[in-house]
Design a protein around this ligand. Structure first.
Ligand code: NAD
Length: 271
């Protein structure tokens, strides 16, 4: 058997929100570690430097290559400098994982205008700003792959109207960007994570709710940030060279269910 080459060998990646907002592994951290494991050089972007440094330490311990860029992806100058830093440090840019996202609960009746604007700025405008500066550099290098992190909350009501709306906008952005930049050899895809247990949701979770989330889906297992990271590796790699403009749910099949579903395995009605 021939030896397997690392799937992202020779590529340079930016992961935004590459730290984790608490102890444990978030989607950005897992993705950055897996990108490095597959041979990519990774620029770890986070507004909280110490969080990105933790991810860098994990990567260095495994012998991978990564460096930290502290910046706020809602700020255009920071985004420009972020892209320039990747190219200065590593010579090119092939992959952008737009992972930063925040959540705010509320309906259109009770959400404050301030919270609404913040969610839309952090979750949507950041994708525009990071991509705006990344795309010309990718074109210079002959193409690239952009991965936008949405959520199944974009496709199902989630008691969080601003979050759902912003994540639906990320899907629309993905489609538009894929069409606009396909001929530049830039693929743009979107991952819609399901009910993943990460530091972002852990503070809102007790064991009962955690268990309900776990058993809610057909696969009946808890999702981890690594599940999102593995999907990102595929979309970033040349294995996905013919894949653009898609929304890839990584949700243990949750989207296949209706609120009331007859379970053919247990012959019971599940909720
Ligand atoms: N955890 C889930 O169940 C779940 C489900 C669906 C989608 N998602 C999405 O996954 C993505 C990331 O999740 P995570 O678990 O890695 O989150 P996380 O909160 O653990 O980490 C996000 C990181 O982003 C950084 N950050 C926040 N705002 C920033 C800004 N303006 N500029 C730069 N950095 C900033 C934070 O400091 C933090 O380190 C989000 O887009 C989220 O909406 C998560």
């Amino acid at each position: 058997m021939t030896e397997r080459r690392p799937r992202l060998e020779g590529k340079v990646a930016i992961v935004t929100g590459a730290g984790s907002s608490g102890p444990g592994i978030g989607n950005g951290k897992a993705t950055a570690v897996l990108f490095a494991r597959e041979g990519a050089k990774v620029l770890l972007v986070d507004s909280a430097e110490e969080r990105a440094l933790e991810t860098q330490a994990m990567i260095k311990e495994e012998g991978g290559e990564a460096s930290v860029f502290q910046g706020d992806v809602t700020n255009a100058d920071n985004c420009r400098l972020m892209v320039e830093s990747a190219v200065e440090r590593y010579g090119r840019l092939d992959i952008l994982d737009n992972n930063v996202g925040i959540s705010r609960r509320g309906t259109v009746v009770d959400i404050s205008e301030e919270d609404w604007d913040q969610v839309m700025t952090v979750n949507v405008k950041s994708v525009v700003l990071c991509s705006r500066y990344a795309i010309p550099k990718m074109i210079e290098g002959g193409g690239g792959s952009i991965i936008n992190i949405s959520s199944i909350a974009a496709l199902r009501a989630h008691s969080s109207t601003p979050y759902s709306t912003s994540k639906a906008a990320v899907i629309g952005l993905t489609m538009s960007m894929a069409a606009d930049h396909g001929r530049d050899k830039i693929r743009v895809n979107c991952i819609a994570p399901g009910l993943v247990y990460t530091p972002m949701v852990a503070p809102r979770m007790d064991e009962t709710l955690r268990d309900r989330r776990k058993t809610a889906s057909p696969l009946d297992t808890e999702g981890e940030a690594w599940d999102i990271g593995y999907a990102a590796v595929y979309l970033a790699s040349d294995e996905a060279r013919w894949v653009t403009g898609i929304v890839l749910p990584v949700d243990a099949g949750l989207l296949t269910l209706s609120p009331v579903t007859y379970d053919s395995m247990s012959q019971q009605t599940r909720y």
